[in-house]
Design a protein around this ligand. Structure first.
Ligand code: PNS
Length: 170
């Protein structure tokens, strides 16, 4: 384990395809615990994505800009292994969200692998506000694809981007 640093930095990685209010709840909570929060948007997560990297990145940036803690939060992109990216920062924590027991197995495996790859950082699990426990990017996309209203589940720029994207895909 790394010694405690004067300035605490955490990395919050994800696909953010797209940013939801649940992600923002976590960003806000983490930014209150650490001096600096780096939101790390994965270039090529192994997933079927709706949005390109640039879109996911810009939507997270626009969403974070609305938070009172925005000056202590940096949004960056990363390629390849998260562990390698974390090593290039001063971070001593990797933030991940836990919503339900179903998240646990995957998160546990990832946390232990990251611990092996980067000993300087511990994974810290945070829970979103109760209102967002059921929320995920996947469910938002599914609702939107099937004509459902996602108002109040995602930041407004994200809602507009989903509508534009789905229109061009028809
Ligand atoms: O929001 P997600 O899709 O749950 O985020 C997953 C992400 C992007 C954080 C994870 O897949 C990741 O870290 N990808 C980078 C490649 C990597 O380091 N994989 C091994 C993780 S132990």
């Amino acid at each position: 384990m790394a010694p405690r640093r004067a300035k605490t930095v955490a990395v919050y990685p994800g696909s953010f395809d797209p940013t939801t209010n649940g992600h923002l709840s976590l960003v806000q909570r983490a930014s209150l615990l650490f001096d600096q929060l780096i939101v790390a948007v994965a270039h090529k997560p192994s997933k079927n994505l709706l949005f390109e990297f640039d879109e996911r990145f810009e939507l997270m940036k626009a969403s974070v800009a609305t938070l009172p803690e925005a000056n202590r939060i940096k949004v960056v992109g990363f390629d390849g292994l998260l562990a390698h990216f974390v090593k290039q920062t001063d971070a001593t924590a990797i933030i991940r969200g836990l919503r339900a027991v179903s998240d646990f197995e995957y998160e546990f495996q990832m946390a232990l692998m990251n611990r092996k790859l980067v000993r300087e950082a511990e994974t810290v699990f945070l829970m979103p506000a109760l209102s967002w426990v059921y929320l995920s990017s996947s469910i938002v996309k599914e609702v939107a694809r099937n004509g459902g209203d996602v108002t109040g589940l995602v930041p407004t720029p994200v809602k507009r981007a989903i509508q534009r994207k789905l229109k061009t895909r028809k």
